[in-house]
Design a protein. Structure first.
Length: 86
């Protein structure tokens, strides 16, 4: 069994009033005083998650390649992906 290291990355995001979630995982939105995005996943998955603010929309997407869809490599690999925004 593969050893996974799950940790967090905080990304600076601001100036948005809606979210478009185009990734696999769980999105938890928490209202707070500061806009930020915390991604909790192993490093390999976090590196493939893109976050952009375009015209007031925070877009969260996952950079999947053909291997993710053919079964040679599963997107999830039994890993839990958790994105938290607050």
């Amino acid at each position: 069994m593969e050893n996974l290291i799950i940790n967090k990355e905080v990304r600076s995001v601001s100036g948005f009033n809606s979210v478009k979630f185009k990734a696999v995982g769980k999105l938890i939105i928490t209202q707070g005083a500061q806009e930020s995005l915390t991604i909790q996943a192993d490093q390999e998955i976090r590196a493939r998650i893109h976050t952009d603010v375009i015209e007031g929309v925070l877009i969260i997407s996952y950079d999947a390649d053909w291997k993710d869809w053919t079964g040679f490599r599963l997107v999830d690999k039994g890993r839990r992906k958790l994105l938290q925004m607050h």
